[in-house]
Design a binder for this molecule. Structure first.
Ligand code: ASP
Length: 263
């Protein structure tokens, strides 16, 4: 059987103590992979578990925008080119599940009230998302997960309440293809950190391209992109998996993360 793998992060700039929360979500994902679940199911499952954990800035636990609102972003992509993403959704504790449902639709992404109305029609729970306490609101701790299943399929799921102190309607990297996530040719990469800087660099597509062209290994590509394209004050982190089941994580700051492999 092929090697299966999962890697997940809890955000660039987040408290390393949150590693235990991530490990527990990843281990549960590993049990599901071992029982035959698909990479897509498991990436979404791990991401949703972290959305449900109020320690993270995603789903429940999201930071507030400048007007006090809580608006969430999420994205899902599979290595065979399917994707779904939602932007600035109100009242949605598990936006990653809505993003995953978009994979089977004719549109890739939905934003704001349109996204919420679409989710209402399909029965995705509408509920207040409990915001982070204000004294904790500066931390990044967004979430993201990548899974590789026994059939070699790869999938990414990411979710965030966005960076704090941003206006309602702000679009970060998490729902933007190539910026906060990219999966193709058996290689998947997800980013975390200051979304504006990540988007300007189209970070995930950039490093994915270097790895898939074999210009750099995954560790080399992560390290060089983060050190050469971002200043030290800009928190940035990356996680990735390749088709052989090798996982890698790198950041220029604390970034709790955890992985699981089948061997
Ligand atoms: N990248 C996310 C955003 O800018 C935040 C984070 O990863 O901490 O919305």
């Amino acid at each position: 059987m092929r090697r299966m793998a999962i890697i997940a992060h809890g955000g660039a700039g987040a408290d390393p103590a949150k590693t235990a929360n991530i490990q527990s979500a990843v281990d549960a994902g590993g049990r599901s992979l071992a029982q035959g679940a698909s990479a897509l199911e498991v990436a979404v499952m791990v991401c949703a578990a972290l959305e449900d954990d109020p320690a993270f800035n995603a789903g429940t636990g999201s930071v507030t925008r400048q007007d006090g609102s809580v608006l969430v972003d999420a994205s899902v992509q599979t290595g065979d080119g399917q994707m779904g993403f939602v932007v600035s959704m109100p009242e949605t504790p598990n936006p990653v599940r809505v993003a995953a449902a978009l994979i089977d639709e004719g549109v890739n992404g939905l934003a704001g009230m349109g996204a919420r109305a679409w989710a209402d029609e399909r029965g995705f729970p509408r509920a207040d998302v409990i915001p982070r306490p204000p004294d904790d609101a500066k931390s990044g701790d967004t979430v993201g997960a990548i899974a590789l299943d026994s059939q070699g399929r790869i999938a990414i799921a990411t979710s965030t309440g966005g960076c704090s102190d941003r206006p309602p309607g702000r679009v970060g990297d998490v729902p933007l293809p190539g910026c906060g996530f990219w999966a193709e040719s058996g290689i998947a990469v997800a980013a975390t950190g200051i979304g504006e800087a990540i988007t300007r660099e189209m970070l995930c597509f950039r490093v994915h391209d270097q790895i898939s062209r074999k210009d750099k290994t995954m560790p080399e590509a992560f390290k060089s992109a983060i050190s050469t394209r971002f200043d030290e004050e800009t928190d940035v982190g990356l996680i990735g998996i390749n088709e052989a089941g090798a996982t890698h994580a790198h950041a220029n700051t604390n970034m709790p993360w955890a992985s699981w492999t089948s061997d």
